[in-house]
Design a binder for this molecule. Structure first.
Ligand SMILES: NC(=O)c1ccc[n+]([C@@H]2O[C@H](COP(=O)([O-])OP(=O)(O)OC[C@H]3O[C@@H](n4cnc5c(N)ncnc54)[C@H](OP(=O)(O)O)[C@@H]3O)[C@@H](O)[C@H]2O)c1
Length: 396
């Protein structure tokens, strides 16, 4: 810990940390950790609460300070209680350590150190400015809050959100390959909202050939929104010249591999810190089988197909004792949410029940404009390939 661990914290600080941990859950999981903050007055009252709303937005401490200032609260002599060490770097937002000093806050209590190198060191800066800094309060709960995010940072790979849009009988496409749309408009809107805040979206080559998706983030009118994810296509076959996923902005990447570790290493090297894996079933299964999924979002439609493409096609599990166990995730929009006629399920892996991650050497991605020079593709596909003419051109 960069702060000096002490054995006792005040009751007001402990209560504030409870509030901060609760507030943190309102943020979305992804490139940045969930963080909550509460400013406590000299009399122990909670003056303002803040939380981080995702990459590129104000950090929790800055959010709490802004709330306090907007309501005319004087922060001089107060204590900032926060679930993660205040950052020290000028990233997309200013350094929180300086914001705390500028606000006249004289005490900081935080739960765990920030493992993210460029952000670390906030405690040192604060202490040098005469602020009292203590750490370790509710450390286990704060670590658990962002357990998978810490693992992703340690492994130097992007945080992985896996998306499945499925029927009640776990189908993601009908026998003839049609899949647009299994989900309700509300689920699609939710999915596009996630697309607009992630760094990259990933699908398999087969999905590109069958569905010809655009993989852009669009609003309810179908217009592309401001921020667009990098579009990644994973598999050995080339991406067709006329594939909609190519778009015209150059933000597309072919990952000529079938190894999810390698795909993530390529994305990380390209600057991706949060990727959403959208399918199809072989890609979903490959990431799940390797224990590389940090967050699972399932859009469950009240629809039956009875046959067609299953959501998953095998995770290498032979007996119930080997089953992957997941837990409901209260973060973001909660564990269960109705979206039109669909139900959105939000889960994260139970600790130590999914396979341990292994690290592979980094590999290189190929811009889609460059034809793949990779190993000749061995087709393992059995589904018929629909051409662009046979599909809603530029589908999802
Ligand atoms: N409901 C939804 O939300 C949704 C979303 C996406 C897709 N879908 C549906 O899913 C269906 C396609 O699923 P799919 O399973 O056939 O195809 P897929 O998962 O999209 O792509 C499979 C292909 O990816 C490559 N690949 C890369 N890594 C792999 C790995 N570890 N294991 C196996 N293959 C790997 C292989 O092609 P190479 O030979 O090129 O290496 C393989 O043929 C379509 O019908 C589509 O409509 C539904």
């Amino acid at each position: 810990m960069n702060g000096q661990p002490v054995s006792a914290f005040t009751a007001a600080e402990t209560a504030a940390m409870d509030t901060a941990l609760e507030a943190a859950l309102q943020g979305p999981r992804g490139a940045n950790p969930l963080v909550g903050a509460v400013v406590v007055g000299p009399d122990g009252s909670q003056l303002a609460t803040g939380y981080h709303r995702g990459a590129g937005t104000a950090h929790a401490e800055a959010d709490a300070i802004a709330t306090a200032i907007s309501t005319g609260v004087d922060l001089h002599g107060s204590t900032m209680v926060v679930t993660l060490e205040p950052c020290n770097h000028v990233g997309r937002t200013g350094p929180c350590a300086q914001a705390i000093i500028d606000a006249g806050i004289t005490n900081v209590v935080y739960a765990v150190d920030d493992p993210h190198d460029p952000a670390a060191g906030g405690a040192t800066t604060l202490r040098a400015a005469g602020v009292s800094v203590r750490s370790g309060l509710a450390a286990e709960r704060a670590l658990d809050l962002n357990r998978r995010w810490f693992q992703a940072v340690d492994a130097k790979r992007p945080f992985v959100t896996l998306h499945i849009a499925q029927t009640m009988d776990s189908r993601i496409a009908a026998e003839d390959g049609t899949s647009q749309w299994i989900s309700s408009p509300e689920s699609l809107a939710d999915n596009h909202g996630i697309r607009s805040r992630i760094d990259a979206i990933l699908v398999g080559t087969q999905t590109v050939l069958v569905d010809n998706p655009r993989l852009t983030a669009r609003d309810a009118n179908g217009d592309v929104t401001g921020k667009q994810p990098l579009r990644a296509v994973m598999g050995l076959r080339d991406v067709p010249e006329d594939a909609a996923v190519r778009g015209d902005d150059g933000r597309v990447l072919h990952l000529p591999t079938r190894d999810p570790h390698e795909a993530l290493a390529m994305l990380f090297a390209a600057g991706t810190r949060h990727v959403m894996v959208e399918g199809g079933s072989r890609i979903l299964s490959a990431f799940l089988a390797e224990g590389l999924v940090d967050e699972l979002i399932v859009y469950l439609a009240p629809t039956l197909l009875g046959s067609g493409t299953p959501a998953l096609n095998g995770l290498g599990i032979g007996t119930l004792a080997e089953a992957q166990r997941w837990e409901w995730d209260a973060a973001s929009c909660g564990a269960v949410q109705f979206l039109g006629r669909d139900i959105r399920l939000h889960l994260r892996p139970e600790e130590a029940t999914v396979p341990q991650q292994t690290q592979d050497p980094p590999a290189t991605a190929q811009p889609v404009s460059t034809q793949s020079t990779s190993t000749p593709s061995t087709s393992i596909d059995s589904l018929p390939v629909r051409t662009a003419a046979g599909t809603a051109m530029g589908g999802y």
